[in-house]
Ligand binder design. Structure first.
Ligand code: NMX
Ligand code: MLT
Length: 443
């Protein structure tokens, strides 16, 4: 009998623990890097202060999961019969263990997810009681938060759980939550935008297939969902959502509290909400153009108008990347194969051409190239999900997979409460050698 994911993970954790212990006990004083004033004031850009082995973001190359590029991940993970994109459950296996699962191993995880997918009724009641016009991200975050009473970790912690076993209870919570996210999200979608009878999940389908089924959208929306969840799952640990998840979990808040919090961070327009902003912004051009795709000159003017009014161009730029996001390119490739004739794709294609030179000329953004959010909504729109307020919920399902994997490992390696030190502006001025200036100004 093949080992389960949990058994395989347990072995990996035992093997890894001495590495962290050795670094801490024998090399704890080795300097990793200096911290500059611009990093302290400027959102800690580039400050090496987090550890994760699950993914690494190279500014030029883009993200690697467990050392593999996204192309390699998509090529090497097992796929459902006839599908273009792999099982999302297989990705979870890879993120947790660093190994590509075989067919039998991935089917065990599919089965685990299927068994854990049923959402308690009270969650639906909470969703139903939201006032109208609530943003789907607020509803999604609350629905996840509501599940906190189910936490296995909390129950076991209060019964006296040993620190070395924290990860196992966290693993149970993570699987229980991840299995339910497609159900919760599709319920929110149907409630807000379809008002029809809810489509019940199909226990024989994988995560992506089941999500497409519950959304009531024909294939290849199953592959769209698999691709979307996989490429959004992780982006190393410093981005707002991953960092929030890690930070909240570091106080031993359970998975539900941590993932709900990370969803709130993802819901900001500089982060995940940019995928909704791209479509909202494009709608303005579409409204002006009617049925016509704008000329290059018209689109350039629109981009300049946005910049000149002091707004950012959503879907472009990045805090770490200095090249086109490979997640953008994968979605562009998919779009070229499946929706190249759709006017919405032509709009995105035009932006791909006109925005980078304008941002370069504008001279502010360090990275003028498109990020993941410039293309994801275009694909959703093509398959009928035109309610762009919902797009960040889709990002949130994907991101939860990576963050859950990270939190399980955080617990396994005993990472402590996160607590950096803050200082005052006056202290910074003293460090900068401006002490006298400050004292003079005070008198
Ligand atoms: N349009 C206009 N200005 C921009 C853009 C953009 N797309 N990107 C950066 N800038 C500006 C930025 O606002 C800043 O201006 P100021 O000096 O006046 O504060 C300046 O360029 C330098 O910013 P950077 O160092 O290049 O970028 P930073 O690391 O601060 O921020 C983002 C990164 C992603 C927040 C920024 O590029 C942005 O606002 N992009 C648009 C929103 C977006 O697409 N976010 C999604 C990112 C991916 N995700 O899913 O999270
Ligand atoms: C992400 O996927 O989290 C975004 O690209 C933002 C980031 O990495 O900073």
């Amino acid at each position: 009998m093949k080992k389960t994911l949990k058994q395989t993970l347990s072995k990996k954790i035992e093997e890894h623990r001495p590495r962290t212990k050795k670094l801490l006990e024998e090399y704890g004083d080795v300097v990793v890097g200096n911290v500059t004033i611009s990093q302290v004031i400027g959102g800690m850009r580039g400050l090496k202060s987090l550890v994760t082995d699950i993914s690494y973001l190279d500014p030029e190359e883009g993200i690697r999961y467990r050392g593999y590029t996204l192309k390699e991940v998509i090529k090497s993970l097992p796929k459902p019969k006839g599908a273009e994109m792999p099982y999302v459950e297989g990705l979870f296996y890879l993120l947790l263990t660093g190994d590509f699962p075989n067919q039998e191993e991935v089917m065990q995880v599919v089965d685990e997810f299927s068994k854990r997918r049923i959402v308690p009724r009270y969650v639906y009641e909470v969703i139903d009681s939201f006032p109208c016009c609530s943003h789907p991200m607020a509803i999604f975050s609350t629905a996840i938060l509501t599940l906190n009473r189910e936490s296995v970790f909390n129950r076991q912690y209060h019964a006296g759980l040993s620190k070395k076993d924290y990860w196992e209870a966290t693993y149970e919570d993570a699987l229980n939550l991840l299995a339910k996210l497609p159900e919760i999200a599709s319920y929110i979608y149907n409630k807000l935008y379809r008002q029809g009878p809810r489509i019940q999940s199909n226990p024989h389908l994988d995560m992506g297939g089941n999500f497409a089924h519950m959304m009531g959208i024909q294939n290849p929306y199953d592959d769209v969902s698999r691709l979307h969840f996989i490429i959004h799952s992780d982006h190393e640990s410093g981005n707002v959502s991953a960092h929030t998840g890690h930070l909240v979990a570091s106080s031993l808040s359970d998975i539900y509290l941590s993932i709900s919090a990370m969803i709130n961070g993802l819901a900001g327009p500089l982060h995940g909400l940019a995928n909704q902003e791209v479509l909202r912004w494009l709608q303005e051009v579409m409204d002006k153009m009617g049925d016509r795709v704008p000329t290059e000159e018209e689109m350039q003017q629109f981009v300049w108008d946005t910049l000149n009014s002091g707004q950012v161009i959503p879907g472009f730029g990045h805090a770490v990347l200095r090249k086109t996001d490979p997640r953008y390119m994968l979605q562009r490739e998919f779009s070229l194969n499946h929706l190249s004739e759709d006017p919405i794709f032509k709009y995105a294609d035009l932006l791909y051409k006109v925005v980078p030179p304008i941002l370069k000329e504008h001279g502010k953004a360090k990275n003028p190239w498109p990020n993941v959010d410039a293309q994801s909504g275009v694909i959703q729109w093509h398959y009928g999900v035109t309610e762009y307020d919902f797009y960040t919920v889709l990002f949130g399902i994907g991101r939860s997979i990576g963050i859950c994997a990270n939190i399980i490992w955080d617990r396994a390696l005993g990472y402590p409460l996160e607590r950096p030190k803050s200082i005052t502006t006056e202290m910074l001025e003293k460090i900068a050698g401006l002490k006298d200036v400050v004292e003079t100004e005070k008198h």
